[in-house]
Design a protein around this ligand. Structure first.
Ligand SMILES: [Zn+2]
Length: 208
């Protein structure tokens, strides 16, 4: 399972890893915190949730993942007891073996909220699933990854999943993503890689 603050975040940080998992026969669920109602380019705001839900569904089709939505509101993420409860229930019902979530030190409030909600679900599960953090380009700060997934063979799928989010102007940010995966690839000794940080108390799983 991959959790993300908005449609596009899981794809941005993990699309290559998701594609590799799916090719290995694993079933992957992407849990989006909201429907992206806060921004969709030139279309009016009341259309954003519909547009971005469709984009997320298309990205999931490309990656052979299943989309799931926590039904919070973009830009207004809530982290309180009621939302720890509802998010935790949703996540734990999936019985994930491993969860990839956003690193908490991040420019966007929704990303920080999503990270806290995911961490809380992990505590509630008594650390049953493995917990890894991923990065989303310029939003993520102070991130020192220690594990890498070679995504060189699935770069086309990764690109297509990111470009499925057409309302987010992928042409502007995707090239920066490639610079990052190339830099992570140099660290890992491969052409392109996605980078992760395993929670130090999490069990280790074999990444694809
Ligand atoms: Zn986001």
């Amino acid at each position: 399972m991959v959790t993300g603050g908005h449609p596009g975040d899981p794809e941005c940080g993990c699309a290559g890893t998701i594609a590799r998992y799916a090719k290995s026969g694993a079933s992957v669920t992407i849990l989006y915190l909201n429907h992206g109602e806060g921004y969709c380019g030139t279309a009016s705001l009341d259309r954003c949730a519909g547009i971005r839900t469709a984009e997320a569904q298309r990205a999931c089709e490309i990656l052979h993942a299943r989309p799931l939505f926590a039904d919070q509101i973009d830009g207004r993420a809530l982290v309180d007891n009621a939302h720890y409860e509802s998010f935790g229930r949703l996540l734990l019902a999936e019985k994930p073996d491993v969860v990839f979530t956003q690193w908490p030190i991040d420019r966007h409030r929704d990303h920080r909220a999503l990270s806290m909600l995911s961490l809380d679900a992990w505590f509630r599960s008594k650390n049953e699933f493995a917990l890894y953090y991923y990065e989303v380009a310029e939003d993520t700060m102070m991130f020192s990854p220690n594990e890498y997934v070679d995504i060189s063979s699935v770069e086309a799928e990764r690109r297509a999943a990111c470009y499925a989010h057409a309302s987010q102007q992928p042409g502007k940010w995707y090239p920066k993503q490639v610079e990052i995966t190339k830099a992570r690839g140099r660290a890992a000794g491969v052409e392109q890689a996605e980078a992760f940080l395993r929670h130090p108390d999490s069990r280790r799983v074999a990444l694809p």
